[in-house]
Design a protein around this ligand. Structure first.
Ligand code: MN
Length: 209
């Protein structure tokens, strides 16, 4: 990414708020993007304004997040995680991973079904607010994990460290209007809108790097 925090931009969506229905409803998408993500972004910029951190690379700060104030951890994580999340959703999504990623998933987890089971379990059992991830570790191996709050696997505080290529937001603000307490139904619906082309692209980039 190599972007100074002070120069970060709020990402645009490549689809309409209502485009992911019935899996993710329009009002949830609108509030999630324009209110929740926007707040993390604004608060991140406010937290670094007129400090040395403003001129540091965003990913490097996330990788050393234990050395920074909690406002940067929460809002920096919030901005990174939501930017990733929007990019791996698509109205034309769903199905299974493709190409090299499909092969790597089969090699690492046994099968796509087994991977899906692990990811579902990570998403459903994350207590309180947080995220479920598919990531790539420093040995270029895939892993499934979950993190609390707005943490992510890039952070030095994460139990399982690496680069996330797929993430699911399991905060209630991501699903409550449509699914209320039924997080498992939201997690199941998520599989219908995953943009596997984007996930594969992110995976391929890490293999080269
Ligand atoms: Mn969220």
């Amino acid at each position: 990414m190599n972007t100074k925090i002070g120069k970060l931009e709020f990402p645009s969506l490549s689809y309409d708020f209502g485009a992911l229905e019935p899996h993710i409803d329009k009002l949830t998408m609108e509030i999630h993007y324009t209110k929740h993500h926007q707040a993390y972004f604004s608060n991140l910029l406010a937290a670094v304004k007129d400090t040395d951190t403003e001129n540091l690379d965003f990913e490097i700060v996330l990788k050393n997040i234990s050395k920074y104030p909690v406002a940067i951890r929460n809002n920096g994580g919030g901005h990174f995680n939501h930017s990733l999340f929007w990019s791996i959703l698509s109205p034309n999504g769903g199905g299974e991973a493709k190409g090299e990623l499909k092969k790597a998933i089969a090699d690492q987890f046994g099968s796509f079904a087994k991977f899906k089971e692990l990811f579902d379990n990570a998403a459903k059992t994350r207590f309180g607010s947080g995220w479920a991830w598919l990531g790539v570790n420093s040995d270029k191996e895939l892993f499934v994990s979950s993190t609390p709050n707005q943490d992510n696997p890039l952070m030095d505080v994460a139990e399982q460290k690496g680069t996330p290529i797929l993430g699911l937001d399991v905060w209630e603000h991501a699903y409550y209007l449509n699914y209320q307490n039924r997080r498992p139904d939201y997690v199941s619906a998520f599989w219908n809108v995953i943009n596997w082309d984007e996930v594969e692209k992110r995976y391929s980039k890490l293999l080269v790097g």
